[in-house]
Ligand binder design. Structure first.
Ligand SMILES: C[S@@+](CC[C@H](N)C(=O)[O-])C[C@H]1O[C@@H](n2cnc3c(N)ncnc32)[C@H](O)[C@@H]1O
Length: 277
């Protein structure tokens, strides 16, 4: 394994080299995300938005779990669930494994693309993919693979940056990236490669509408989006969808829309409107 440390390499990171870059940044990852206001709250919001109302007996998948921040968010939303947490970076996983986890949490070193070879098979009662999909070489194939891992009727939450639909979002994102994230990343790790990649890859990623259409094209139904609070408003989103229930089958009670939650309210609100929690 090649660990990139010290100064910037000048290389452009891409889907294949990103997990290796995370290996090099695993040690400082938690400190950096802890300094990002709202990071953990927003992951919990996405996990709650999946509408899973009970944990015991549910089998969930955290794709691209990193050091476990999204795994913790899933467990916060559905305590008692069995969680398979997968990541392509051995170092990020090593940091995740060092934390205290309840029984039922299992970490697996694999790329999404190689899950079957790693022995991870569905069906799952819900999947969270936080900051993963943007990094996939083939997003359509990735979404189809995620779909196949879900139990019919079960939800997917993609927690992801998407700024393409709004000039204001692109400007705010660029100021935060170059004013805070890239300098702080360089200061903490000695290399800003990964953080420059983050800035670039967010600008290049689908807009909200395009990604929702991509989910629909992959077979997801009930596709909707909701944004976050704070500086991440209209910059980070939850993209929700579910695998359609089998014809004649009942939607499982554990993934039913929670009482009092009006789905029509959870489109991305207009610019400046705080997201409903
Ligand atoms: C920004 S981190 C997010 C970690 C965690 N989900 C969180 O919210 O803090 C993205 C993670 O996705 C992993 N990753 C990137 N491409 C992947 C792939 N094809 N399959 C599995 N994991 C991947 C990286 O190794 C990295 O740990």
């Amino acid at each position: 394994m090649r660990i990139v440390t010290g100064t910037d390499s000048g290389r452009k990171l891409g889907p294949v080299s990103v997990p290796r870059a995370f290996d090099a940044h695993a040690r400082s990852y938690d400190r950096l995300v802890n300094a990002n206001p709202g990071y953990h709250d927003h992951l919990r919001m996405s996990a709650r938005r999946m509408g899973l109302s009970r944990g015991a007996g549910l089998r969930l998948l955290d794709l691209g779990c990193g050091t476990g921040a999204s795994t913790a968010a899933l467990l916060d939303a559905v305590p008692g669930a069995e969680v398979v947490a997968v990541d392509a970076s051995a170092e990020m996983l090593a940091h995740a494994r060092r934390k205290n986890w309840p029984p039922g949490v299992r970490f697996v070193h694999s790329r999404l693309e190689d899950l079957a070879t790693a022995g991870v098979t569905g069906p799952f009662d819900g999947i969270l993919a936080a900051y993963l999909v943007r990094n996939l070489a083939d997003r359509d194939a990735g979404l189809r693979q995620i779909y196949a891992l879900l139990r019919p009727g079960a939800p997917l939450a993609v927690h992801e940056y998407s700024v393409r639909d709004s000039l204001r979002s692109r400007l705010v994102w660029t100021s935060v990236a170059w004013g805070v994230i890239i300098p702080m990343g360089r200061l903490r790790t000695g290399s800003a490669d990964l953080y420059r990649y983050l800035w670039r890859s967010v600008l290049a990623f689908d807009g909200v509408k395009a990604f929702a259409e991509r989910m629909t094209a992959a077979g997801f139904t009930d596709v909707r989006t909701q944004t976050m609070t704070g500086w991440q408003t209209h910059i980070v989103h939850t993209f929700l969808g579910r695998r359609p229930a089998e014809p004649g089958g009942n939607e499982p009670a554990d993934v039913a829309v929670p009482e009092g939650l009006d789905l029509s309210e959870i489109d991305t609100p207009p610019e400046g409107t705080p997201a409903a929690r």
